[in-house]
Design a protein around this ligand. Structure first.
Ligand code: AHG
Ligand code: MN
Ligand code: MN
Length: 330
């Protein structure tokens, strides 16, 4: 076969990861199995049984939990926790980390947003899964905050799955960003987007503009600037906002542009979570030549103080994120 599968690709990349021994490839393989299960469930949502809608409960952030959030969380949890590759798993959908007993544990820490954009499931709009992988840092068997609250730059790898018009897996282990498309007839992810580079500058902005009244003035001015006519700098930009971060990010990664979830009067730290959304996507963006910041600070320089910490987020093409930072200054 001429085509490259993810596993073949990861095995190649693994040679470049310091200290990798095959455990990394097994972990990625676990994610792929989970992704295929979720993709199948999402594809039949609407016909198959009782899978659509909310569970009636709320997560740590007070958001309504969808049945598919629960299913995705338990699917990845059960596969990854048994993979022998991780010592702890944190998830947007779980208040506390799951610690793997030492006899079944491996050297990585796994963090996930099992189903991103889940409120879009019921209306057949794309969703995703986001993950981040760190190495256990503390010595000994106990998992400590040193392992669970690491700085963004310490990520070994990060990536996401888009459940869209096709299912795609995109990841980086610090050596470029690579995209694979699921061939449903083979059940394999095939390399379709090698070495993705985000355009230096885009012409798309993605933000929930319904929140305008809650923004600080500088934020309002930046969005007004993007909408002003100026041929030389390619303005006005196009507005594109799906409401699934994975889908919005993926489109901007391929086409160029900026995604923003700023701090506002209602959410002073923004809405997106450092460990499960902002951190992993910042790792992808930077590895594709893009930029990610809170508007004032590089995302990857943040070390969270709690696993559910939110951060304001400006992410995408380098030039566009720098322009936002310029507006937010002083
Ligand atoms: P999740 O479904 O994992 O809770 O994430 C939802 C997030 C993200 O996907 C999206 O960009 C953002 O929430 C949308 O928020 P608003 O509805 O406030 O625009
Ligand atoms: Mn999410
Ligand atoms: Mn989620």
């Amino acid at each position: 076969m001429k085509q490259t599968t993810v596993v073949q690709h990861v095995q190649q990349q693994e040679k470049k990861i310091l200290g990798a021994t095959g455990e990394f490839a097994s972990l990625i393989n676990g994610i792929l199995v989970g992704a295929k299960i979720i993709a199948l469930e999402i594809n039949k949502a609407g016909i198959g049984g009782d899978i659509l809608g909310a569970t009636g409960t709320r997560n740590v952030y007070g958001e309504a939990v969808q049945k598919l959030d629960d299913l995705a969380n338990s699917t990845f949890l059960s596969i990854i926790s048994k993979s022998g590759t991780v010592c702890a798993i944190t998830s947007e959908e779980m208040e506390n980390p799951v610690i793997i007993p030492p006899e079944q544990a491996g050297k990585y820490v796994f963090m996930m947003d099992p189903l991103d954009g889940s409120s879009n499931i019921d209306v057949n709009v794309s969703t995703g899964t986001i993950f981040s992988i760190y190495r256990k840092k503390s010595l000994g068997d106990t998992v400590t905050d040193q392992d669970l609250l690491q700085k963004g730059t310490d990520q070994v790898a990060a990536g996401y799955v888009v459940y869209g018009s096709s299912t795609m897996f995109v990841y980086s282990s610090g050596h470029g960003v690579h995209g694979f498309t699921l061939d449903p007839s083979l059940g394999e992810f095939i390399l379709s987007h090698p070495d993705i580079r985000i355009p230096e500058r885009g012409n798309i902005y993605s933000i929930n503009e319904g929140n305008t009244e809650n923004w600080e003035d500088k934020q309002k001015k930046f969005v007004s600037y993007l909408k002003k006519m100026d041929k030389a700098s390619g303005r006005p930009y196009k507005a594109r906002y799906v409401g699934s971060f994975v889908s919005d990010f993926h489109r901007n990664l391929l086409k160029g542009g900026i995604f923003m979830y700023p701090s506002d009067a209602k959410n002073p730290s923004g809405k997106l979570r450092f460990e499960f959304e902002a951190g992993p996507m910042a790792f992808i963006a930077e590895n594709a030549g893009g930029r990610a910041s809170t508007g004032r600070e590089r995302i990857l320089d943040i070390a969270p103080t709690n696993i559910h910490q939110c951060v304001p987020l400006y992410i995408g093409s380098r030039f566009d994120v720098e322009a936002a930072e310029e507006f937010l200054k002083n």
